[in-house]
Write a protein that binds this ligand. Structure first.
Ligand SMILES: [Zn+2]
Length: 307
């Protein structure tokens, strides 16, 4: 059988017997089977699992079992299971997704088959269940298998009472995608933000999945209400953070929005806005992202104009 893997933008396209299958979008997944999986104890039985090239995981362990937020890529499932097994002899009872992207929900089928109950916003289930098309990455993503679909969904909010803590789950509308959820562990005072807040530079805002810049900014305002001064913030990607880091990220996005809006108000079209390089000074801090400056400007333009 004819099979190979190649990189497309930051995504991975797998040509399999002539069909292009894509796992997307991928906030950096080139070496998805190589990177080091590191486990850090946060507090209150909560752990932070990181592989540099994939989404961050939070794992709560205790008498009620293991409770996992996000599950990276399908090939990572055995390594995540092994890492959890070192923390507890209890099974993984629940896996919750922050959104549908395959670097966060790609392990769902593996965990679902192993007996975990999958939980996510209703739009995550809807997108996983159907073919998705990304204009940005110019790829299509096939529907996920049935065992990868969340069996419990919510529309606005819900709470879990596990391992001596209360986990408040809240939907953040039309931000990174249309199915984002954030998870706040009240007693531990730890917040997992999913990709509403990331630390790799220019953020990917998935307009094709219902995301928007305005929703990102509104969502970050909401995160600053949920988080307190001592909250440990687990971003979707990148190192642990604080509420101040969320504020800086939010202010920078708002500044970018202001500058692009000004050019749009002057009647400039997409090409002219990009040529004006309104965010040239952002590169020093954000230029290492897999999203380039001009791509980010174009995303803002499209988000603001609907073009
Ligand atoms: Zn994402």
């Amino acid at each position: 059988m004819h099979r190979f893997v190649r990189s497309v933008a930051a995504g991975i396209a797998v040509t399999f017997a002539g069909t292009v299958w894509v796992s997307l979008p991928s906030e950096a997944q080139q070496s998805r089977e190589e990177g080091e999986l590191t486990v850090t104890a946060v507090r209150g039985g909560l752990h932070f699992l990181v592989m540099p090239t994939a989404g961050n995981l939070a794992v709560s362990v205790g008498p009620d079992g293991a409770f996992v937020i996000d599950d990276q890529f399908a090939p990572m499932v055995p390594r995540i299971q092994a890492a959890v097994a070192k923390l507890t002899d209890q099974p993984v009872r629940y896996v919750l997704n922050t959104h549908w992207h395959s670097d966060h929900a790609g392990g769902n089928a593996g965990f679902g088959r192993a007996g975990a109950t999958l939980v996510a916003h209703e739009n995550v289930r809807a997108r996983l269940a159907t073919e998705q098309e990304s204009r940005f990455f110019k790829v299509k993503v096939p529907p996920a298998p049935a065992e990868a679909l969340p069996v419990i969904t919510f529309s606005r909010s819900m709470a879990f009472h596990v391992n001596g803590d209360t986990v408040r789950i809240e939907h953040i509308p039309n931000a990174h995608t249309d199915g984002d959820a954030v998870y706040y562990f009240e007693r531990a005072d730890v917040l997992h933000t999913g990709d509403v807040f990331v630390r790799y530079g220019y953020p990917f805002i998935d307009l094709d999945s219902g995301g928007s810049l305005a929703g990102m900014i509104a969502g970050l305002d909401r995160l600053m209400q949920i988080a307190g001064p001592d909250t440990v913030v687990i971003p979707g990607h990148g190192p642990l953070a604080t509420r101040d880091d969320i504020r800086q990220f939010r202010d920078r996005l708002a500044e970018a929005q202001k500058r692009v809006r000004k050019l749009i108000a002057e009647g400039k079209g997409l090409e002219e806005v990009i040529a004006a390089r309104p965010l040239a000074d952002f590169d020093a801090e954000w230029g290492r992202s897999f999203i380039r400056n001009d791509q980010f400007v174009a995303t803002i333009y499209r988000s603001e104009t609907g073009a």
